[in-house]
Design a binder for this molecule. Sequence first.
Ligand SMILES: [Zn+2]
Length: 335
Amino acid sequence: MTDPQIAIPSRAPSATSADDTVMPFEVAALDLRGRVVRLGPLVDEILARHAYPQPVAKLLGEALVLTVMLGSALKIDGRFILQTQTDGPVRMLVVDFTTPGKVRACARFDKDRVAAAIEAGTVDGGALLGKGHLAMTIDQGADTSRYQGLVALDGGTLEDAAHEYFLRSEQIPTRVRLAVAEELRAGQGGASHRWRAGGIMLQFLPKAPERARVRDLDPGDAPEGVVPHTLPEDDAWVEGQTLVATVEDVELIDPALSSERLVYRLFHEPGVRVFRGSPLRAECSCSRGSVEAMLKSFSQDDRDHMVEDGKISVTCEFCSANYVFAPGEVDAKPS
Ligand SMILES: [Zn+2]
């Protein structure tokens, strides 16, 4: 039997960041598990293509990291969809993760309100989102039921919403850190920008039932606004949270710091074991066939309204692919 406190390296840790990967890890001595997400070309491709205002792009980048973190943990084949719907300048964020590693994302926002927020300097995630909810949906295909988890967004960030979700819905103490930034590179044609993003998730999953029971305590019917009485937190979880709180944004996106070195930096004392990471790529799942099926599901009246210059043109909101149909092509089949 191997000592869980000793990490057994199966290969030398990579010195530099392996971009567009998610790497699970375990700190057995503290009953902690987690994942590190590093996004390079993937996040740059998606955000550069949309060319949203900078704070909107940054917020969508955070949603991308969070989606990859959660979606890549699924044990099933299917799609994980993270979607916000709020009353702030950024009305909607949608990120799709299709197993094993396909990602796409888009945002809807109010141009004038975003411009006003930039002018006023109120561009943090919570201010841009405003109030509403964050929905997380697992879709395993046409003939299966969808599972949806909902959490309120109340002026807080996506990190706050993730903590709330895991505490309320999963009863798993969780810390999430998300970071997105533009990297400036000097080049021959002048400086160029590239988006980078990264994140770390840490969860406390004790095996001992008496420690598990602490986290299962129901806060009861405390009136709103009253902080429910909670037992003192487990020492291992306190230590885990303290360590993850020391992670700086730059460490999550630094191309010169690998995921392995980051978790080693944090957890070398209790010992950490890393697992094989999985690769991710930006790829849309739209197709002429799926757009055609969608158009056929509309009423004739709706389709008639879509005809312009004798054709129906549909542009994918995720990848900007354009599909053009002759009106007769998408008539619903006679039943
Ligand atoms: Zn598309």
